[in-house]
Design a protein around this ligand. Structure first.
Ligand code: ADP
Length: 262
């Protein structure tokens, strides 16, 4: 059975307005929804108010420029480990054998893009029936010294390498809109994004997003369209609405925005 990849956005599991604030009740509910998965599952989560403020304070995404950033690298990773611990705990409490896989220990990037990733442990854990949990992280960069690896780039890479059945992204809005629904009025939810929409869409979404260090919604769509090019299907759903993620995991389509080839 091919694995399913689910990403929990940082905006879903943390309160982005307060540093190091986990939405505990939401996380408990989402752990129960994830426990509904019938087959192999890989979970990825974002950084929210744990990773982003620290990464941006030390300008990690700009690459290595000064020694002060070394502590920033260390602190950002630690912050992500702390958030990850909450997620693993929540999953264990509902009987899901979750296992943290820190990307900084198995990924090397070049110019911010994944150059290599050691996936043997992930494959083996999946085979055994464990649920590997990865996250957006700071990583060594062959050209820039250091970079941020977004959870969104990670899911795209994992989806390609593990030949997953489907990718589900849980965010805090109903899907992809014509513009950021939190900043604009009269925006429309797009039910389906295909390769034919690529050029115009990435340009317009790019203009709307960009408030966090890894590029917001435009980046997600870009990564998912690259998967669609390989025939893989993905859907962006609202994980803040109780039951939606569970329904998507159980195979329902059309709950948010589908990103597909045609
Ligand atoms: P996460 O941290 O959950 O991965 P992000 O904060 O990076 O998510 O992206 C989700 C956010 O993107 C939404 O909360 C929304 O405010 C913003 N956004 C920007 N542009 C759009 C758009 N065109 N459609 C939907 N959301 C958008």
């Amino acid at each position: 059975m091919k694995p399913l990849i689910v990403k929990l956005g940082g905006s879903v599991i943390t309160d982005k307005r307060r540093r190091f604030a986990v939405k505990r009740a939401v996380l408990r509910r989402l752990a129960r929804e994830l426990a509904a998965a019938k087959g192999p599952l890989v979970l990825v989560h974002g950084g929210g108010s744990f990773g982003h403020p620290m990464a941006s304070e030390y300008k990690i995404a700009e690459g290595y420029k000064n020694q002060r950033q070394l502590m920033g690298f260390s602190l950002t990773h630690r912050a992500m480990e702390k958030l990850n611990t909450h997620i693993i705990d929540a999953l264990q409490e509902v009987g899901v054998p979750a296992m943290a896989i820190p990307p900084s220990a198995c990924v090397v990037v070049e110019g911010g893009r994944i150059k290599s990733m050691e996936l043997t442990p992930v494959r083996k854990l999946l085979e055994l029936g464990l649920v590997p949990v990865l996250y957006g992280d700071v990583v060594p960069d062959l050209s820039k010294g250091m970079s941020i690896l977004s959870g969104d780039q990670l899911i795209a890479h994992l989806a390609r390498e593990l030949e997953v059945s489907r990718v589900i992204l849980g965010v805090d809005v109903d899907g992809v809109y014509t513009a950021d629904p939190k900043k604009n009025r009269g925006t429309k939810l797009m039910r389906r994004i295909t390769l034919a929409d690529k050029a115009k869409l990435v340009a317009s979404l790019g203009a709307a997003g960009g408030r966090d260090v890894t590029g917001g919604m435009a980046n997600k769509v870009r990564e998912l369209l690259a998967l669609a090019e390989r025939g893989m299907e993905a859907e962006i759903v609202n994980a803040t609405k109780p039951g939606t993620l569970r329904r998507a995991i159980l195979g329902e389509r059309g709950l948010g925005t589908r990103v597909v080839a045609r």
